[in-house]
Design a binder for this molecule. Structure first.
Ligand code: SAM
Length: 965
């Protein structure tokens, strides 16, 4: 029986990529982001597509299967139309209609022009016209007028009829369909698990689709985020209302308290919504305390900047704030007092490294760090500390008869008094709050990312990363929330996630951005970077983060769910589908970074979540790519394989930098008892990103099943089988590809070739003479490819040969030498706007061409392209793998044609220099015509002259019968 599922046969990668890009671009309005930061949360639409793809059976009509899949996802034409949320503009209507259609629309039955196209049309008739326009848009364009699939209620009645007719189901909702397909395949509602659940995308989406969902993670912050995703966002209106009320009350209480304390208001009744602080240190050149910042610009738009004025009486500088600065003042402020990691003395121009200012020094081979380490109750630097902290600007908000005026002001005596008061108020509460866990008290454990705040500021405890103002208002919120006594898991989690959310914007590591005039997130990257100057939001600017309304999801989750902390190797629950995104060769130190959040609620967590630990379990974290990592991964996946029925499926996602790294992952999964059945790459950038040469990251989705037999094979015998499988896979994809909106790019075909090879290989439990585990764990020299890798690489060679560039006949392609094929395929990559060095390297690997860097005109990592004939000139002609091929001579002949503006010169070169000229004339004409067609590619203007010359030369060679032009 064929029990293969849709995702094992095909996957609409281009459309899913576009949808996931749209979701990512929604920024803060993505469904789960309101819960707070998690690094590498996966788009929900990818998870939805994966679950449907893993449950939907295939028929013998792949095109119909695809249409039905798109209908379920509301990614077909009708679904997109249903998802539209903005009106479709009709200004450019004429461009979208044929001449006849336009004429029929704009003339009345007597042939007279109508005042407007819509004159005399009923609303329904108008809609038909607009629909026509919409249907003719590209998928990207359509998406700009649409909501995301998760924002509507699934397919409509008509679509359900088609879906049910094709699948033999009786569904009227996504949940019905998922349940029916699950029962058919597994005998029950599908059970979907994620053993590395992170921010909770997989369990949340699975539960929303009606599956029984399981999410666990080693890290308690991740487990809490997952729990909150399911129970708060998926909790339905009553829960959302409860959360909303609790959060609003928390904000109102803190706001009232702060107003009563008078620490954010001035005597004019204005309220501060931003405070800017900087570090200060003594300048070795002058002995003055110098405020430090890489730039003193505060607002680009209003030309606000800080200006330092020497003040010998205070042994330092006054800081003035200038609004509407003249060019000279503004340009000077751009320079800052720290440039390239060195303090710049404004008096002498001398520079000093910040490390030397801190007192860091080498003793033998060790670096001894110079800063005093802060003690628990240090909340600001002590007077004799090397690095001081100084408030240098306050932004006041004046509200007058509903108009808002913002004023950037320098720091006055009253501001300093308010700062003092904040400190006093905090000190009064500090011990009690730490004890009760309203503010952090945990020490920072040294580590890869956590060493930085310790070394660069002397901060030893997590609360040191927050200034007194931040600790005071966050502590107030938490104490008022947690003191009320009517706490439940729901209110605790709501409070904890709002802390995740707020602290990302409210720490000493949150950068002030003069472009947007706002305080940005702490985690603008995956590190704990200290800042010389930072911004602090007033509480009114944090209202949105504190009141985490959790109202993103339409569906109330009703199915059975589990969210817990556990090591992936220890999971003891059986699930039909495991969808995981492991920490593969991952640079994110989840266990270190998440302490930033966990330190705020670790004391209450075990009370509300009995059995949960509050340790981030450094020793058990899976990370890196070395031997320990591989063992941990094999053990984790062997466990998940055990926790899955024989007809279960797994999908492993990982975001790859380089197509070859994933071969290692495939070996890990093979060693864990799984076999690969398919692989797809989802892009997370659109073509507009590509145009600017941005780095495009792809996430590989690897589909796997349990290996239930233990057949043995000889590696040599597998080659023909692999060759057939690769060709079959590619032909199937080529046949399915959409000519107008291509689904697959070159890298997808390469990946599919790898996957096809792995499909054959991983079917076998044993390959005679090779031990999979041994091969995986043994130390390899750099560049050494194991026998398995060689087999996998062979698959790409087959794919490279098999995929003929569009516009060339197979006969012409087959007659070309490998370096010639590489060159022409490279041009095809450029045509498709692929500019990543990795794609070109993979191609060269596929054709087995070693010496290819000479072909590069541009070799910058994300801006690679090959040279044109005119750019090559004589370079490499006659030498190396490519230099002596007919194609290299063709390129030189093009160059000669351009240079002399005479096709005869090019022709003479070919006749004289290509010994096989007369036999290969037709072949050459075909190649020249292929190059001539590049003149039509708008983003390849550098080919314009050469393409024109190629066309003339093609004519000359074609007519060169008797040596007469
Ligand atoms: C790439 S992230 C997963 C992101 C997740 N898919 C999402 O959408 O947010 C990998 C996760 O693996 C977790 N992890 C690391 N070692 C683990 C282990 N031994 N057992 C379970 N989880 C682990 C990390 O805490 C991290 O959350």
């Amino acid at each position: 029986m064929n029990d293969r599922v849709f995702i094992e046969e095909q996957f609409p990668v281009s459309k899913v990529s576009k949808e996931s890009y749209k979701e990512r671009k929604a920024g803060a309005s993505q469904t789960l982001t309101s819960l707070g930061k998690w690094w590498g949360r996966k788009p929900l639409v990818v998870v939805r597509a994966a679950i449907i793809g893993m449950l939907m059976p295939v028929s013998d009509d792949p095109k119909k299967d695809r249409d039905i899949f798109l209908k379920i996802m509301t990614m077909d034409d009708d679904g997109l139309w249903r998802r539209r949320s903005k009106s479709i503009p009709t200004q450019g209507l004429k461009d979208h209609l044929s001449r006849d259609e336009w004429e029929a629309l704009t003339t009345d039955p007597f042939g007279n022009p109508k005042p407007s196209w819509s004159t005399g049309l009923s609303p329904d008739e108008k809609e038909v016209v607009i629909r026509k326009v919409f249907d003719r848009m590209s998928y990207d364009e359509k998406l700009t007028y649409c909501d995301r699939p998760e924002q509507i209620d699934g397919p409509d009645e008509k679509a359900w009829k088609d879906i049910n007719d094709h699948l033999g189901t009786h569904a009227a909702s996504l949940q019905d369909l998922v349940a029916e397909l699950g029962k058919r395949r597994f005998g029950h509602v599908p059970r979907v698990g994620d053993a590395f659940c992170g921010g909770g995308s997989v369990p949340f989406e699975a539960a929303r689709l009606g599956c029984e969902a399981y999410g666990s993670d080693l890290n308690p912050v991740a487990a809490l985020l997952t729990w909150a995703a399911i129970h708060l966002i998926g909790g339905g209106e009553a829960v959302q209302k409860q959360v909303q009320e609790a959060q609003e009350a928390a904000f109102a209480a803190a706001d009232k308290q702060i107003t009563e304390w008078g620490i954010e208001h001035n005597d004019k009744g204005w309220r501060a919504d931003a405070y800017l602080y900087c570090v200060e240190a003594r300048c070795p050149a002058t002995g003055l305390m110098l405020p430090l910042a890489p730039s003193w610009i505060i607002s680009e738009k209003y030309r606000v900047c800080a200006v330092l004025k020497r003040n010998d009486a205070r042994q330092g500088y006054d800081i003035e704030i200038v609004t509407g600065a003249d060019k000279e003042t503004f340009d000077k402020a751009k320079q800052g007092t720290v440039q390239n990691g060195r303090m710049v003395c404004p008096e002498t121009g001398e520079t000093f490294s910040i490390a030397s200012i801190r007192g860091d020094r080498r003793v033998g081979r060790e670096t001894v760090y110079g800063l005093r380490l802060w003690e628990n109750d240090d909340l600001v630097p002590r007077p004799d500390d090397i690095l001081q902290e100084r408030l240098y600007c306050v932004r006041w908000v004046e509200t007058d008869s509903n108009k808002i005026h913002r004023h950037y002001c320098c720091v006055e005596e009253d501001d300093l008094r308010r700062e003092e008061k904040v400190l006093e108020l905090l000190k009064e509460r500090f011990s009690e709050w730490q004890e009760k866990g309203f503010i952090p008290s945990r020490a920072i454990e040294p580590g890869y990312n956590t060493d930085q705040p310790i070394r660069e500021r002397g901060w030893t405890h997590w609360h040191h990363l927050f200034n007194p103002r931040q600790l005071l208002y966050l502590g107030s919120i938490r104490s008022s929330c947690l003191k009320t006594g009517n706490n439940t898991g729901i209110t605790f989690a709501a409070n904890a996630v709002s802390i995740n959310n707020v602290t990302d914007f409210a720490s000493r590591l949150a950068r002030w951005t003069p472009q947007g005039e706002k305080v940005n997130t702490t985690f603008s990257n995956q590190a704990l970077n200290t800042l010389l100057n930072y911004g602090n939001r007033g509480i009114i600017r944090l209202q949105g983060n504190i009141e985490t309304f959790c109202s993103g999801a339409k569906t109330t989750i009703k199915s059975n769910t589990v969210a817990k902390v556990v090591d992936a190797r220890e999971i003891n629950s059986n699930y039909s589908l495991w969808i995981t995104d492991p920490p593969y060769a991952d640079a994110v130190n989840y266990h270190e970074l998440s302490e930033f959040f966990l330190s705020w609620y670790e004391k209450q967590l075990p009370h509300f979540f009995p059995g949960w630990y509050t340790d981030t379990k450094k020793a058990l974290v899976i990370r890196g790519s070395g031997e320990d990592f591989k063992h941990a991964m094999v053990d984790s996946y062997a466990n998940l394989t055990k926790q899955m029925p024989d007809n279960g499926l797994q999908m492993v996602m990982f975001t790859h930098q380089d197509a070859s790294v994933w071969a290692d992952l495939a070996m890990i999964l093979w060693a864990a008892g799984l076999k690969v059945t398919a692989a797809w790459t989802i892009g997370t950038e659109t073509t507009s990103g590509l145009k600017q040469g941005n780095y495009v990251q792809g996430t590989v989705l690897l589909i796997l099943r349990k290996r239930t037999t233990s057949e043995t094979a000889f590696l040599d015998e597998l080659y023909p089988e692999i060759e057939d499988e690769v060709r079959r896979q590619l032909d199937q994809m080529l046949a399915l590809d959409d000519k107008e909106d291509p689904n697959f790019a070159d890298t997808d075909y390469q990946l599919a070739a790898y996957a096809a090879a792995l499909r054959v290989l991983t079917r076998y439990g044993d390959i005679e003479g090779h031990d999979i585990r041994h091969d995986l764990f043994r130390h390899k020299e750099a560049g050494e490819a194991s026998a398995f890798e060689q087999v996998i690489n062979r698959a790409v060679e087959i794919a490279s040969d098999h995929l003929v560039p569009k516009g060339l006949e197979t006969r012409v392609w087959k007659a070309l030498q490998a370096p010639e094929r590489l060159y022409l395929k490279g041009l095809e990559l450029e045509k498709n706007m692929e500019a990543r060095a990795g794609a070109y390297q993979e191609l060269a690997k596929g054709f087995g061409v070693k010496d290819y860097t000479g072909l590069y005109q541009k070799a910058k990592a994300n801006a690679v392209r090959f040279k044109t004939g005119s750019e090559f000139k004589k370079a490499g002609l006659g030498n190396g793998e490519f230099g002596s091929t007919p194609l290299r001579n063709i390129l030189f002949a093009i160059h000669e044609t351009v240079r002399t503006d005479d096709a005869r010169q090019g022709l003479n070169w070919l006749r004289d220099e290509v010994p096989t000229y007369w036999e290969q004339r037709k072949q050459m004409v075909a190649v020249l015509n292929y190059l001539a067609a590049l003149s039509h590619i708008p983003h390849m203007p550098h080919w314009e002259k050469d393409a024109d010359a190629a066309q003339r030369l093609a004519g000359a060679v074609e007519n060169d019968h008797a040596g007469v032009l």
